[in-house]
Design a binder for this molecule. Structure first.
Ligand code: ADP
Length: 160
């Protein structure tokens, strides 16, 4: 049985992320969604806003927990007694970087296995950056993110 961490920036959480969470939770005794706080990207949402959105949209999953972490992913995984790291694949272009990360993490701790998952096809092209781009220009993002997140995006861009 997996005890897995699913790390990411989740700026904001999308239906693509949620689809991975749903699949990974099904195979896991516990799934810990790890929100990386020391990310070099300049985020739209603060850590508090992102953690709140993640907790809201995952509240119906009894075995999913959301935690914030910084530092090395492998250290976070160890701190959670995880035996697996879940990463999502959107396209073949993700694979080079993800394989490199997976080999590195395996070298750092061979007891923690990286597992790649893909989404159902209707979510495979969705990315947080695309959602933010559309929301900036007041486009309709209802097909890409949960309604709760739609509201948070509207609050960000209201009056701008
Ligand atoms: P990161 O900065 O680590 O890429 P993201 O929040 O963008 O953080 O993504 C977290 C994880 O979710 C990554 O493994 C990413 O590949 C995966 N992911 C994001 N969107 C999708 C999607 N539409 N389909 C499959 N995987 C996805």
């Amino acid at each position: 049985m997996l005890r897995a961490v699913y790390p990411g920036s989740f700026d904001p959480v999308t239906f693509g992320h949620l689809n991975i969470i749903q699949k990974a939770a099904y195979f896991s005794e516990e799934l810990i969604v790890g929100l990386l706080s020391n990310n070099a990207k300049s985020p739209l949402f603060s850590i508090e806003e992102r953690v709140n959105m993640l907790r809201e949209v995952t509240k119906d999953y009894a075995n999913v927990r959301v935690e914030v972490f910084d530092g090395l992913l492998i250290d976070f995984a160890r701190s959670q007694n995880a035996n697996a790291i879940i990463r999502g694949l959107r396209a073949i272009t993700d694979l080079d970087y993800e394989l490199q990360m997976s080999h590195t993490n395996h070298r750092l701790d061979p007891n923690i296995e990286t597992i790649f998952m893909n989404t159902c096809t209707e979510y495979s092209y969705i990315s947080s950056s695309m959602v933010k781009e559309i929301a900036t220009y007041r486009g309709d993002v209802t097909g890409f993110v949960p309604q709760y997140v739609v509201g948070k995006l509207e609050e960000k861009f209201v009056g701008k």
